[in-house]
Design a protein around this ligand. Structure first.
Ligand SMILES: Cc1cc2nc3c(=O)[nH]c(=O)nc-3n(C[C@H](O)[C@H](O)[C@H](O)COP(=O)(O)O)c2cc1C
Length: 344
């Protein structure tokens, strides 16, 4: 497939146009440090999703767990785009021993109208933003947390809410320790810096200074954000420094029963389903993977959970006015011609 000009996103007709439309949505998935670690090939009514391991965080994510979660989020978004055109997505997920970078094949043949709920989710794909800071002190809309639990369950994952003050404080404490450990480790810090371009950068990946506040907000309990500005004062200016701690939001853990590549892809799909469902109800999410990246702290969370399940990501959910801006590489940058692909 060749992309010669901007696809007409309103009415794709040919198979190439449909693929371009689907990918123009998939690229808006969240990814760790906005690494966008995906590659696609398109042929007829099929898109192949592959990992781009040159974008893997080899220090923070040596197993590729977060890379596969990011690609799983892109797969979910692509499926939602297929639904928006009235097609039924068919997916086959890894593994393929002959093609180690293969994540999934996404096909569309049968037709069925998009549901209103799918339409609401799809409308959030380019609007949803990761939040970094505190929230308004108000509860989530009635029924939302149950709906998010159902999103997780659909992908064999669980969204577990820290209900007691004790559980919230314990998770905050673990996040603080993990964040401190990563800030003090020069290899982590160097890797983070490589994915946090300076203000005014023309890069279309990484966490831009327009995506986080210049004055990090303190939450109660305290969940530290990543040090994207690494002491340079970068970030969105915002209002005056506020010393009072803000509400940390509903604190949740996304967990799986197994900890293998298939489970990580499922966790990524569950994550994007949760984020878009929350966004459709006006609820934003702050994500913390520091406590999962530091193995002994991840083990400490597993001990707290006590049922052998594996934490994959910590989320805080709440209501807030967002001003963050995020960037993506355009479709032609992630679409590999079929004949150039390793297994093509
Ligand atoms: C697996 C995973 C882990 C993430 N971990 C963090 C994190 O620890 N801190 C953070 O601020 N954002 C985290 N994010 C959010 C990404 O930084 C964000 O998706 C990316 O910068 C793109 O921005 P957007 O979500 O606003 O479109 C994570 C995202 C994923 C998929």
């Amino acid at each position: 497939m060749t992309v010669t000009s901007e696809p007409d996103l309103r009415s794709p007709h040919t198979a190439d146009e449909v693929a371009a439309y689907v990918l123009a949505s998939a690229i808006w998935a969240p990814s760790v440090h906005n690494t966008q670690p995906w590659q696609f090939t398109a042929q007829g009514s099929e898109i192949t999703v592959r990992t781009d391991t040159s974008r893997q965080l080899t220090v923070a994510d040596p197993s590729g767990r977060e890379l596969l979660m990011s690609c799983g989020a892109a797969l979910f978004t692509g499926k939602l785009a297929v639904r928006s055109l009235g097609y039924v997505p068919e997916t086959r997920i890894l593994p393929d021993p002959a093609d180690p970078f293969l994540l999934a094949r996404l096909r569309w043949r049968r037709q069925a109208p998009q549901t209103a709920a799918e339409g609401r989710l799809f409308s959030q794909v380019t609007r949803r933003r990761t939040h970094r800071g505190g929230f308004e002190p108000m509860p989530p809309p009635a029924g939302l947390i149950d709906a998010l639990r159902a999103c997780a369950a659909r992908y064999d994952t669980r969204l577990r809410v820290a209900v007691t003050d004790q559980a919230r404080s314990a998770l905050a404490g673990i996040t603080q320790r993990a964040d401190r450990a990563e800030r003090l480790d020069s290899a982590y810090a160097r890797e983070l810096a490589a994915w946090a371009p300076p203000p005014g950068s023309l890069r279309l990946d990484g966490v831009q200074a327009s995506a986080y506040p210049a004055h990090p907000e303190v939450t109660d309990p305290y969940f530290p954000g990543r040090d994207f500005a690494h002491g340079q004062g970068w970030g969105l200016p915002g209002g005056p420094r506020v010393s009072a701690a803000r509400y940390a939001g509903v604190v949740c853990l996304l967990t799986t029963d197994v900890d293998d590549p298939t489970a990580w892809v499922c966790a990524g799909q569950a994550l994007q389903s949760i984020l878009l469902t929350a966004a459709a109800s006006g609820v934003a999410a702050a994500l913390h993977s520091q406590p999962i990246e530091v193995s002994w702290l991840r083990a400490a969370i597993r001990d707290h959970l006590g049922d052998g399940s594996y934490p994959q990501l910590l989320l805080r959910l709440g209501t807030v006015i967002q001003s963050a801006v995020s960037t993506r590489r355009p479709v032609p940058a992630v679409l590999v011609p079929h004949h150039l692909n390793a297994a093509g």
